[in-house]
Design a protein around this ligand. Structure first.
Ligand code: MG
Ligand code: ZN
Length: 216
C-alpha cells in the first residue's frame, strides 16, 4: 500500500513552487479568455493524432495554439502545424515532463490576444507529467488499446491527478481482442467519477463526445 501521508508531503516540498507558477499561468489564461488543455500519455498512445483530430473539428470555432513538449524533435508540432494551427515547440532537453515555468516561458513568447484555445502536448510518459500542474483548465490522460491492459492499474496516481481519461485507438480494439470495458472498470476502481471517453482519432468515433466533455 502507498503511504498517502508521505506522498502528500513530497508534493508539498518539491512541487510547491511549481503550483505557484501554475496558478499564475491560470491567471494569464483567464485574463486572455483562453481555454487550455494539457494532454498526457505515453509515447505512441496517439496524443498528437488526437490533437490533430480535435484541431480539425475546432479550428473553425477557436483560434488554436498548440504547445508541444518533447525532449528533442519538432515532429509533433510540425504535424499539428500542417493543419493550419499555430504551434510552439518546447524542447525540454533532458526533462521528462513539462512544468509550469516552461509553459510560462512559452506564453511569454507569443501574442496571447491571437488565441482562445491552447492544447499542450506533454512529454510522452505517463508518470511525472501528472505531478506538475501547468495551470490549465483540464488535464487529460490518453491511453490506448495498443499499450496492453495494465496502463491504468500501473498508473493510479496519474489518473487521480487527471480531470478525464481518453481511451484512444478503439478502432483497433476488436483486432487486438482488447476489452475496452475492462480498462474503463480499472479507471472506475481509481476514481468513480472521472469522465472516461473512448475514441478513435482515426475514424473520428467518440470525438464529438470528447469535445462535449471538454466543454469546447
Ligand atoms: Mg506526440
Ligand atoms: Zn519527468
Amino acid at each position: 500500500m502507498v503511504d498517502k501521508k508521505v506522498v502528500i508531503d513530497i508534493k508539498r516540498d518539491l512541487f510547491g513552487a511549481n503550483e505557484e507558477a501554475a496558478s499564475e499561468n491560470a491567471e494569464i489564461f483567464k485574463k486572455h479568455g483562453i481555454k487550455s488543455v494539457d494532454i498526457m500519455g505515453s509515447v505512441g498512445t496517439g496524443k498528437t493524432h488526437l490533437i490533430e483530430a480535435l484541431c480539425e473539428r475546432l479550428k473553425g470555432k477557436y483560434r488554436i495554439l498548440m504547445l508541444a513538449g518533447d525532449l528533442a524533435t519538432t515532429i509533433d508540432a510540425d504535424r499539428v502545424a500542417a493543419h493550419g494551427v499555430d504551434t510552439l515547440q518546447i524542447n525540454t532537453q533532458t526533462a521528462c515532463h513539462l512544468d509550469a515555468r516552461m509553459i510560462r516561458y512559452a506564453l511569454n513568447n507569443v501574442d496571447l490576444s491571437k488565441y482562445d484555445l491552447v492544447f499542450i502536448e506533454n512529454v510522452g510518459n505517463l508518470i511525472c507529467p501528472a505531478g506538475y500542474s501547468l495551470g490549465v483548465d483540464k488535464k487529460i490522460v490518453v491511453v490506448s488499446v495498443t499499450e496492453g491492459p495494465y496502463m491504468i492499474r500501473k498508473h493510479p496516481l496519474t489518473i487521480k491527478r487527471a480531470d478525464m481519461v481518453v481511451i484512444n485507438k478503439i478502432d483497433l480494439a476488436e483486432a487486438l481482442e482488447f476489452d475496452v470495458g475492462h480498462l474503463i472498470a480499472d479507471v472506475r476502481e481509481v476514481d468513480a467519477n472521472i469522465p472516461v471517453v473512448a475514441v478513435s482519432s482515426k475514424t473520428g468515433e467518440g470525438l464529438d463526445g470528447l469535445i462535449n466533455v471538454l466543454d469546447l
